[in-house]
Design a protein around this ligand. Structure first.
Ligand code: 13P
Ligand code: ZN
Length: 268
């Protein structure tokens, strides 16, 4: 079959990792129906002639993303199921080329698959990370049941409470999310308002939780993004399991958390 992946080992490997993670999201029960979306900056893996590949469709972006001009992304399609991204990533996602001034993008391969409705948040996050000089290439959004459940509590939405609770469940959590979880109050999915609120939280946190909706992680590697969310979810599970057994978990002490910060040289 004709695919942009043919004879491109690096791109094939990258898309393979996206498919692998999409499978994990489904297996975890975080990807009901079309829940979740993934974007990866694949500019480094594109052939030189990709700049001239014909456009299958041009999409005007909701605002200009000048720092992403001429970049290429793999992005999952809107309405697509993660369980099918896992088995057929190029039928359930598309390769996008951002134009010269970052105001529009072209779908260039393999098929005319409409990008996720969360494109405003994905591109805003990639743009923001580029602006900050952070080399992250991946944005992963998914709907982990336990973490979304916790976002239904006004108590956990208070600044720092969710982060502190999750950190205190297992030492790994403090280490893998040293800047914690930023919380975005509920916004309509797919909007620039949601994207703008997300950027504000991303400035100070590793991971962003959308109230009553889902979570987003950024990173260099889609596997790492999954692992960060998986570890946060593990902490949430421990908290919930303790509650189901009838007690509120003690959690690690402030001194134990600070000790970790010192030993692993984490921001306080
Ligand atoms: P899409 O199908 O448009 O990617 O939307 C899924 C989702 O999780 C919206 O937040
Ligand atoms: Zn979502």
């Amino acid at each position: 079959m004709n695919s942009i992946l043919n004879n491109n080992e690096m791109l094939t490997r990258e898309v393979g990792k996206i498919a692998e993670v999409a499978g994990y999201l489904w297996q975890r029960g975080w990807a009901e129906y079309n829940g979740g979306n993934i974007s990866v900056n694949i500019t480094d893996y594109m052939p030189a002639d990709a700049a001239n590949m014909p456009s299958l469709k041009t999409i005007t972006l909701p605002k200009a993303f000048p720092l992403l001009a001429d970049n290429f992304f793999y992005i999952t399609g809107t309405g697509k199921r993660m369980r099918y991204v896992a088995t057929a990533p190029m039928d359930n996602g598309a390769i996008l080329r951002i134009n010269h001034d970052g105001t529009a993008c072209d779908i260039i391969a393999d098929k005319e698959v409409k990008p996720t409705s969360e494109l405003p948040s994905h591109l805003s996050m990639h743009h923001f990370l580029r602006e900050k000089g952070q080399p992250n290439r991946v944005v992963l959004h998914t709907h982990p049941t336990d973490l979304v459940a916790m976002s239904h509590s006004a108590y956990f939405l208070k600044p720092g409470v969710l982060t502190r609770t999750l950190w205190a469940m297992i030492p790994e959590c403090r280490i893998i999310a040293p800047k914690g979880v930023g919380i975005v109050p509920y916004e309509i999915p797919g909007t620039m308002d949601l994207a703008n609120a997300t950027i504000k939280q991303l400035a100070q946190h590793d991971v962003v939780l959308w109230e009553k909706h889902g979570i987003l992680a950024v990173g260099n590697d889609v596997i790492d993004c999954f692992d960060v969310i998986d570890t946060l979810s593990k902490s949430a599970q421990i908290y919930l399991n303790a509650k189901m057994m009838g007690f509120t978990p003690d959690g690690m002490t402030e001194a134990q958390l600070d000790e970790l910060a010192d030993v692993f040289k984490l921001p306080r």
